[in-house]
Write a protein that binds this ligand. Structure first.
Ligand code: SF4
Length: 160
């Protein structure tokens, strides 16, 4: 790993392999001009709520879920092409560490990236790690709250 105080980089083995369904879905999303929705995919409850909220938002018209794995690690994939060519990508990070936001700012034009911090929206579970420590119903409620706030913020931005 190359590391400085401000930035670091990780070397990753390239691949010519592709995910067949990822290619199909991404090419369709390009054609349909859908807005990619990403989450940080963190393994704790905060990451889980961000992931669930991203899934909910992706069901709204004009949006579709993007896969961070292909975007980051399969650079020639249709998934990566889709996210890199759109004018707007929505990212929901689980907390203020912005793990995906910091990474994505090195991959896509920062002005095209609309970033949200799920924890700042639902304000719960700051001291919890385990996903199962929170009942599923509560997880879904918190995620719905985040998805609704993100959608409202995006609509307001379009209107203003
Ligand atoms: S942004 Fe927060 S919740 Fe998401 S992976 Fe990073 S530390 Fe975990």
């Amino acid at each position: 790993m190359n590391q400085s105080e401000q930035r670091f980089s990780i070397e990753v083995e390239n691949t010519s392999n592709r995910c067949a369904i990822g290619e199909t879905v991404s090419n369709r999303n390009i054609q349909e001009k859908r807005t990619p929705v990403l989450s940080c995919e963190g393994a704790c409850i905060k990451g889980e709520i961000a992931r669930l909220a991203a899934n909910m938002l992706a069901k709204e018209g004009g949006f579709a879920r993007a896969c961070h794995g292909e975007l980051f690690f399969v650079p020639g994939s249709a998934m990566a092409n889709w996210v890199k060519q759109v004018e707007k990508t929505v990212l929901i990070d689980g907390c203020g560490l912005r793990c995906h936001g910091r990474m994505l700012e090195g991959l896509v034009d920062k002005k095209n990236l609309i970033q949200f911090n799920a924890l700042a929206m639902h304000k719960k579970y700051a001291d919890v790690f385990d996903i199962d420590a929170v009942p599923e119903e509560e997880r879904l409620l918190a995620a719905r709250q985040v998805a609704d706030k993100v959608l409202a913020a995006l609509k307001e931005d379009v209107v203003n």
